[in-house]
Write a protein that binds this ligand. Structure first.
Ligand SMILES: C[S@@+](CC[C@H](N)C(=O)[O-])C[C@H]1O[C@@H](n2cnc3c(N)ncnc32)[C@H](O)[C@@H]1O
Length: 250
């Protein structure tokens, strides 16, 4: 299905992921609609239900990319709130800045370069933190969770929307068959990055769940990072998950 493909070694993953998203940034939003078979908005509506943000809140969207969740966050904290989006890919941020500039929330949102594993903010800064479709892409989930926990205010909530590995072996096999057959074809026919290309974006994405924790293990990792009131919701036969956790109030 992906002959000759080598996933990036752990020590080069960050650089690889940055270059990959720089490369696909301009087509990223359109491709999501295609890959999600039109379910993108439905998943995002479920995400919004989990946020519980209020007007005036100060929110961080980690790995904000082109700003989908950033804009949803802003709609909830207006008027009076603020949302900062951080991402390691300048290419994704550039597309995001254009979308934000064309939105009614442009005065509430700032998009800047920042690494999920080393967030450029003081402790206890945000009322809420969101992260969409990105936990698979960080080199260390524990470091990312520790950083998010650190920058949340006590009582603040973290909501993580991400693709997920279904518990059922049968559904998992069917899902992986679809992903691992269909996504690499996008590299060959859309991105023109087949065969020997060092970066094969959609082949990488098709493999990005291989070593990703099952949803119950991810929830356990939330608790190991210090979060309480943890929970998760599965969507689309368990191929998408929304995890939540709260930093305990002092
Ligand atoms: C699949 S995109 C998701 C973008 C956006 N959150 C959304 O909902 O569409 C994953 C994003 O994670 C970013 N990313 C990956 N590793 C990161 C890290 N360590 N720190 C910050 N951003 C990161 C990538 O640059 C990319 O923009």
């Amino acid at each position: 299905m992906a002959p000759g493909y080598q996933p990036p070694a752990p020590e080069e993953k960050e650089q690889y992921v940055r270059e990959l998203f720089d490369r696909i940034a301009e087509n990223y939003d359109a491709m999501n609609q295609v890959m999600s078979a039109g379910q993108w908005e439905r998943w995002h509506r479920e995400f919004v239900k989990q946020t519980h943000f209020r007007p005036g809140d100060h929110i961080l969207d980690v790995a904000c990319g082109t700003g989908d969740l950033t804009l949803l966050d802003a709609a909830q904290v207006a008027p009076g709130g603020r949302v900062i989006g951080v991402d390691i890919s300048e290419g994704m941020l550039e597309v995001g800045r254009r979308r934000v500039a064309a939105s009614p929330y442009r005065d509430l949102i700032t998009l800047q370069v920042g690494n999920a594993m080393d967030l450029p903010f003081p402790d206890n800064t945000f009322d809420g933190v969101t992260m969409g479709w990105a936990m698979r892409n960080v080199s260390s989930i524990p470091k990312t969770l520790a950083e998010i926990f650190r920058v949340l205010k006590p009582g603040g909530r973290f909501i993580c929307l991400e693709a997920s590995k279904p518990f059922s072996r049968v559904i998992r096999m069917g899902f992986f068959l679809y992903w691992k057959t269909f996504l690499p074809l996008i590299d060959w026919f859309v991105v023109r990055a087949g065969g020997k290309a060092r970066i094969r974006p959609y082949t990488y994405l098709s493999r990005s769940l291989d070593n990703y924790p099952f949803p119950d293990r991810l929830e356990e990792m939330f608790r190991e990072a210090g979060f309480t009131q943890t929970d998760y919701q599965l969507l689309m036969l368990g191929t998408v998950a929304i995890h939540v956790g709260t930093k305990p109030a002092r």
